[in-house]
Each structure stands twice: as C-alpha cells, then as structure tokens.
Design a protein around this ligand. Sequence first.
Ligand code: GDP
Ligand code: IMO
Ligand code: MG
Length: 429
Amino acid sequence: MANVAVIGAQWGDEGKGKVVDWLASRAEIVVRFQGGHNAGHTLVVGDKTYKLSLLPSGIVRGKLGVIGNGVVLDPDALLGEIAKVREQGLEVGPHNLRIADTVPLILPLHPALDQARERARGGDKIGTTGRGIGPAYEDKVGRRAIRLCDLAEPETLSAKLDELLLHHNALLTGLGAPLFDKAPLLDKLLALAPLLLPYAEPVWERLDAARKEGRRILFEGAQAVMLDVDHGTYPYVTSSNTVAGNAAAGSGVGPDAIGLVLGIAKAYATRVGSGPFPSELHDAIGERLGERGREFGTVTGRKRRCGWFDAAMVRQAVKLGGVQGLVLTKLDVLDGLEELKICVGYRVDGQEMNRLPPGMKAQAAAEPIYEVMEGWAGSTMGARSYAELPAQAVKYVRRIEELVEAPVMMLSTSPDRDDTIALRDPFAG
Ligand code: GDP
Ligand code: IMO
Ligand code: MG
C-alpha cells in the first residue's frame, strides 16, 4: 500500500495544510518530520478555520497524529495549541497524538537567542519567526539538546541543563541579552514532565507496525525546498531539511516507506522574511496578489512578499525534493488578470541560466527571464472539476507542468477543503 509525502516546492505557505487535510481522509496516520512551530498551516472546513503549527494536520480528520524525532518541540506552544483546538471542539490527547521520545525540546532560551541574534544582525537579518528554531537545531547537532525522554530522568535533566546553560549564557553575554538561571528552568521542565510524557513513545515502532499492517501513512512537510538548510537560498533558510528524504530520518522509517512525493506550489509565488526572490513584484499586481490571496503570515502576521510563478525555481525544487507530482494551489487568485508571467530562467551578470546560482551575491543579482501568457476572463474560484476551468487556465497549468518537469496531480481553487480537483489518486502509488 502506498504512502504519500507532502512538501512545499517554493518558500512555504503553499497550502500544504489544506492538501494534507484533504489527503488525510485516505490515510490513517499523519506524521510531522521536521520544523517546529515556525510552521503555520491553515485548514478551512465549512465555517471553521483551524490554524495549526505543531499538530499534524490530519488530526482535524480524526486521524492519528505523530510528531517525529526530526521536529523541534516547544512544550508551551504544543500545550497552547492543544488548548486552542480543544476550544474549537477538537479533542487532542495521547489517544490521537504520539510524540517521538527522542524529539529535542525548544526551551525559553532558544527564542531569546534567536531574537537577540536577529537584533544583532540589524539590516542583514534573516527574518526568522523568532521562535528559537535555529538555536534548537544547533543544540541538537551540538549534542546539548534536552530531549523529551530526558524529562523522565531528573538527574540527567539537571546535568544536561548545566551544560546547556554554560553554552547559552556565554552567547547571551556576548550579545548583551539577559541570562538564564538553572533553577526556574529545571522546575519548569519537571512540571512539564507529567503533561508531556504520556504522549512520548518510540514512534518508529508504531510506524513500523503500521506499515506491516498495510495502514497508510501521510508525511506532512513544513516550510519548503527553497528554505531547506542544504538546498535553499542559504543563509536565508530555515534550519532543517525540508526535502522528502528527511521524512525517513525525521520519523524513523526507511526511505522506501515515504511513497509518492507531492510538491505543493502556489500558482504564483510568495516569501516571508528576507532573501532572494527573483520574480518578486513591487507593483500594483504584487499588491493585488497579496490582497486576493490574503497573503499574511499565519505565524507572525507579516505581509508576504508576492511575485510571479517561478518555474525555474520550482523545477529545481522538484528535482532536489524528489517531487513526483505537483499540487497547484490558489489558481483562483490569478482570476481576472489580463496577462500572466512565468519566470523560466535567470540572467546573472549577463549570463543566462535555468537554475538559481548558489552564491549569495549571484542569487541577489539574478534577474528573471519571463514568458508571457494571456490570462483568463472566467472564474476558477471554487472549481471542483477540470471541466469547470476556463480553457486559458488549463493552458497555464499545462505550461507549468512542462516547465517544472512534473505532472500536476491536484489543483486547489479556494481555501475550503472541498474546493479541490484531484486528477490522480496519490495513494494509488
Ligand atoms: P502552508 O503553510 O503551506 O500550510 O500554507 P498556509 O496555510 O500558511 O497558507 C496558505 C493560505 O492559503 C491559507 O490561508 C489557506 O487557507 C489558503 N489557501 C490554500 N489553498 C487555497 C486556494 O486554492 N485558494 C485560495 N484562495 N486560498 C487557498
Ligand atoms: P510553513 O510550514 C513560510 C521562514 C521565515 C524566515 C526563515 C527562517 O507554514 O510553510 P525560522 O524561524 O524557521 O528560523 O525562519 O524561514 N519560514 C517560513 N516561511 N512558511 C513557513 O512555514 C516558514 N517557516 C519558516 O520567515 O524567512
Ligand atoms: Mg504556512
């Protein structure tokens, strides 16, 4: 039985949450494998809107949610989110949420360091979400992280906090930021232990058993390929691997378990935070895309930068991310535009190329090369079949398919769960 992995093919906020929610009706387990509460996934189900950051989107469909070891977990953010969705009538507990016992924790010192660093960078800031994601991954790789399982061993926890504070307080001193005391942190973690440990387990065992029983698993990516720490527009990236390969390492399954890889892309492009964006628009069309697409960050409320669809970049993301099928979202936002542009390559220092160059200076200098297409007069908003789409909209989709070298398997035409066109069943393998 085939599994499916969903990843972002641009700079995030492509509509992964909506797609995962839609696909979750056909799966039994939904797994988050990287990122943390820097993610913001919006699901619209009838008159209810769910904004999820850490909870796997499948939980709204009553499926089992798993937070894998590749995630960085902020306990306060998780408990806050569970309380919030509970108010919306969604019960979340150890019966429908399991968390890898090896997941590294985000502690209050992580956002403090993230924000102090951003302040110190001044005009050169990355534009992070300020939630401590980068510092938490640094501690994981630096072998200093406090992991969920440590909450069950108070002595280990105490010794690890000493080591962690030695490192962090030295950094915070250098940045002129307030330091952290051990006692309140230890008390906080010991108080969290009984709240969090009931969720903890070796999730790899559960996933292995699920595979043997032929149960379908859906892997939910956060962020996107162009924010991948190795393959994205470094250093303007997040601190985890967002490509589909990391679904295996980040949840404790083999690479053969990932199944079909779906890349989600908007029919145009957006980016939050700093960094190169060759097809960015600074004109009335960019404003219009932002307004029609309601392009404000789910996590930070920041206005998203908007631009034309960058096929060269998505083609790159398709290849780097192992994308086998594309889901094109927000086609409706382009309704009514007379003319559409698609970026098909770049001009860098007079030289033409069909991929983003790796260097920071070259990336910043990349000028888009556009192909122009006629827009469509009719509406795609809320369309639920290919037949309802204006001919020119179909032409636009077909052209994107050719340029990015991946078939379009699904289309999304509004925020609502049901306004989705499936051209192929991703679980069919
Ligand atoms: P994610 O981070 O990839 O899950 O995406 P976000 O949820 O952060 O941002 C996508 C936004 O677009 C959300 O507000 C969705 O409700 C909305 N959205 C998703 N698909 C569509 C679509 O096809 N059309 C329109 N107009 N909005 C959509
Ligand atoms: P979803 O899952 C869009 C961006 C931040 C910043 C950079 C690094 O909703 O698509 P970080 O806090 O991760 O260290 O910030 O990455 N970023 C996102 N942009 N969508 C996201 O998640 C993002 N998560 C991080 O804006 O530029
Ligand atoms: Mg988002």
